[in-house]
Structures are given as C-alpha cells and as structure tokens.
Ligand binder design. Structure first.
Ligand code: NAG
Length: 495
C-alpha cells in the first residue's frame, strides 16, 4: 500500500528508545552547545549506531500475544480530592465511593462495548474512576485537574484570517533517528489557522458524502466521545476566547468565526467536533479482556490510503498489519507503550511527505493516487507541496481511552528558498534516504522537479552565507523548525 497512512506512520514512532531519553538528550545538548551556534548545527547523532529495531526483537518470542489485562495506566482518581470542593452536591454519594478506594481489576472494568451510563453496578475505567463518579462529575468537569495537562494560555493576538501554522519542518538526518517524540505543548494541542473556514466546510462536505467512511462511534465509546468533545471545547474557549464561548447554563457553544451556535446536548459529540474543530481524531479504547487497544470511534477526513470504515473496530496491531515487519519488530513495543501511557504525559510529533497540489482525503483507490505513479514532465514546482501531518497522542483522564489526533498542513516547496538549511537537509533525505522508507513516503512522483529546485536553493543559501560551505548535513537543533523560523512566521502572519 502506498502513501503513508498517517495512522500507519504512527507505528514508526513508538518502538524505539524512551521518550524521556530523547527529551533529556535534547536538553543536555542545549545546555552543552547552547553558546556555540555553529557547533549546534552539526549532525548531533549521525554517528550513533542505529538503535533501530532491537528493543522489539529482544522481546520477541513470548511477546506477540501478550496479555495486558492486568496492566493499567496510572490512576487519575486521586484528582477527585482536588476538585471535590468545586463539585455540585450530587457528588456527596460518590464521596463514599472515593473512600473505598477500590483497586481496578479486570472483574470490575467497564466492558468494551458498554455505555458508562447504562452500567447497573459500579464499574471502573482503566484510569480508576467509577461509573458513579463519572456521572456525578457531570458536564464539563475540570479536565486540566483531571488530566494533569494545564489549559492553554489565551492567545489574544491571534487573528484567524491571518494565522499561519507554525512552519513545521520535521526533517531528520540520519534517518534511523526518526523517533523524535516531543512532549506535547499544552498551548498547541489544537492549532487553528487561516484555512479554518475552508477546512470545516470541506470536512462537512466529506461527511455528507462519505458518512460512516469518515465518522463513526461504536457502542462503549459514549464516555470518551463526550470527554474528548468537552476537552476540545474547553481548550478552544481558553485558547481563543475571542472566537469561542461556552454557555454552561444553556449548554451552547458559540463560534464567532463561523457565526454558529452548537447545542451541546442535542448534538452528538463527534459532530460538535466535526463542525468546530478541523482536526482528525482516532479514539482507541482499552479492551478489558485483553488489555489491548481498539479503534472504536473517530472522525477522520484527511487520511491517505485508509478511512474510518476500513479500520473501525480493529485492534492496534490489526490496524498496522499492512506495515512490513510490524508484527515482528514493533507490535510488542507499541502495545506496551499504549498499555502504560500516562495521562499527564501527552506527546507530539510530525510525519511528512511531498504531494502534487493538496490532497486531503484519499481513501483507497482514490484517483489522486495515480499521481504518485508518474513523474509528469510538465509538473511545475508551484504545484509541489510539503504535507506535514502534525500529530499528538494522549490518554484522556476519565475514560482512559487514547486519542490520536492530527491535522494536515500544506506548504509550497518554494517556501524553503529562504529557510536556512532546509533545502540541503531535504535533498539529503531525498537522495540518500532508505529506499523502503522513501517509497513509503512516496516522494518519487515529485522528485524530478523538486530535486533540481532544491539544489538551486541550497547553492544560493551557501552563496548568501546562510549555510556554511560543506555543512555536514544533520538534524537541526531547531527541529522541527529551522533557524530564524519564528521571525519569518510572525512576519508572514502579521502578529
Ligand atoms: C484580523 O485581520 C483582518 C485582516 O487584516 C482584519 O480585517 C480584522 O479586523 C482583524 N481582526 C481582529 C479581531 O483584529
């Protein structure tokens, strides 16, 4: 299968070394090299031996059908004490439940396909909350406390008609170091920009046309869908107060970009998202019988090569089945990673590819796929785009479900011209990147045009003195950006 399904690319992230290690390394590098601008630019880890797939291999054998039914993420139940004082009196009853402090066990887990609202006895979510507690918490509880991830700072200067996404250039060399997982920045979980209106319309159009192909919620996902919607609404209202407001009495969300009012009680949570957040969400629920994670709900309008309908209901490893070597080399680590992911440690990363024009939704068999099989001789550079899928992965506090969200951002390749080091770095990857990986990214159909152009830009940047002659190509310290990115971004945005 061609073309980097975003979900599949997700697999490439998790199986190597720990997040903490990478973050530490980066911090250390910053401290050590902070004062030496030139040295900072050198390939920092190019000589590190590939760590590639060894952790998975080591564990192979007894690992593939690992039982995670006794493995739970850290409980968030202790946060109830912190928000207790703000709670309505209806919470009195669950104060007793809190005192019991029952450990979660497989026997008392809410079953995969059961709604929390219909549970007749006290059952628990993977993060340790009982069904009674969740009902008592009501609508829009304080998710910052529950999750341990702070709400974003208000972005008063933000103007939706002028806003540009931050210029993500997630290029890394050498390529075996692809695991650049970063801590999620709480201010940037859902990043809006000037394509907002266009994208919302486009996504609503895709739903009108494809229905279940792009949006579904299976039984048992009631809680997580509500929780995700409420978290997204809380985020938008805190981050962009000039554009979003929630009236908790009336339960109405006001969106002054679109001039719409959404009746929260009468609108299915995923539809609230579809109509207000131009972002894709894939929701993975823990199956208490096995401890494995299943894709149970989502709204996905910008995947290449798959859609909701082709993956819904599948387990993590079933979703990734088309990836060569996934089972042998990645499944164990991925399953383990998901089983333990902490609610207060969300992550972010990017994947990228080169595209002709701006293909957003490309289910299997889409006519746009044919573009990728041909190097058109009349292709113009102005039609070549970098597509970055900016992704975050987090566990939600109440449901304990894991949400993978991403958005596709397109940048003309011509923008690289004034971005120091970027042309040389992309060239290195296109020319010397591992063949299997580049096939997977499917950049080939643009390379006959993009490579000569980037060569020109790279020469120009050396002549201008932006890049030292003979620069030893490597991941930039500013990754996933480039030196001077913020100045360029603010200048183009106007704020
Ligand atoms: C946002 O920018 C547009 C275009 O420059 C301008 O017309 C509008 O007044 C700005 N909005 C705010 C709230 O500043």
């Amino acid at each position: 299968m061609m073309g980097g399904s975003v979900m599949l690319l997700l697999a490439a992230i998790f199986f190597i070394s720990s997040t903490a290690l990478l973050v530490l390394k980066k911090e250390r590098r910053r401290i050590i090299f902070g004062r030496f601008n030139f040295r900072r630019r050198r390939a920092s880890g190019a000589r590190t031996p590939p760590r590639s797939l060894s952790p998975g291999k080591k564990q192979l054998g007894n690992s593939l059908n690992s039982d995670y039914s006794d493995t739970f993420p850290p409980s968030r139940r202790f946060t109830l004490a912190e928000i207790q004082s703000n709670l309505p009196t209806t919470f009195e009853k669950s104060k007793d439940a809190l005192a019991l402090s029952l450990p979660v066990s497989t026997k008392t887990c809410l079953p995969l396909a059961t709604s929390y609202f219909k549970a007749k006895t006290t059952l628990f979510t993977p993060t340790g909350f009982s069904t009674e507690e969740i009902k008592a918490l009501g609508d829009f509880p304080d998710y910052a406390i529950l999750s341990g991830v702070p709400l974003p700072q208000p972005y008063h200067d933000f103007n939706i008609t002028k806003a540009l996404p931050r210029p993500y250039r997630p290029f890394r060399w050498a390529y075996h170091q692809t695991m650049s997982i970063l801590k999620m920045e709480p201010d940037w979980w859902l990043e809006l920009e000037n394509t907002y209106m266009k994208r919302i319309k486009q996504r609503q159009g895709l739903f009108a046309k494809h229905g279940k192909g792009v949006l579904q919620a299976l039984p048992g996902s009631e809680l997580v869908c509500k929780e995700l919607m409420e978290m997204a609404v809380q985020f938008l209202c805190a981050r962009y107060p000039q554009y979003f407001r929630l009236d908790k009495e009336k339960m109405v969300l006001y969106n002054s970009i679109l001039n719409t009012e959404t009746d929260i009680k009468r609108t299915a949570p995923l539809h609230v998202l579809l109509n207000n957040v131009p972002e894709d969400f894939a929701i993975m629920l823990r199956d208490p019988d096995t401890g494995h994670y299943c894709f149970r709900a989502g709204v996905i309008c910008s995947a290449l090569g798959w859609n909701v309908d082709s993956k819904i209901g599948l387990k993590l490893h079933e979703i990734h089945a088309p990836i060569p070597d996934y089972k042998e080399k990645m499944q164990f680590s991925m399953d383990r990673y998901f089983s333990r992911l902490h609610t207060d440690k969300p992550i972010q990363r990017a994947s990228w590819g080169l595209e002709v024009d701006q293909p957003l939704y490309m289910p299997p068999g889409d006519p746009h796929e044919k573009h990728r099989d041909v190097q058109h001789s009349d292709l113009e550079i102005s039609r070549c785009h970098l597509r970055v899928d900016w992704q975050t992965l987090r566990r939600l506090p109440l449901s304990g479900a894991i949400v993978f969200n991403f958005k596709a951002l397109f940048t003309p390749v011509e923008s690289f011209r004034d971005e120091p080091y970027v042309p040389a770095l992309v060239l290195k990857i296109l020319k010397e990147g591992k063949k299997t990986l580049m096939d997977y990214k499917s950049t080939w159909h643009t390379e006959h045009v993009v490579i000569p152009q980037l060569e020109k830009y790279a020469r120009e940047q050396v002549q201008k003195g932006w890049v030292p002659e003979g620069w030893e190509t490597g991941t930039l310290e500013e990754s996933p950006y480039f030196p001077g990115w913020e100045e360029k971004w603010r200048r183009e945005q106007g704020f």
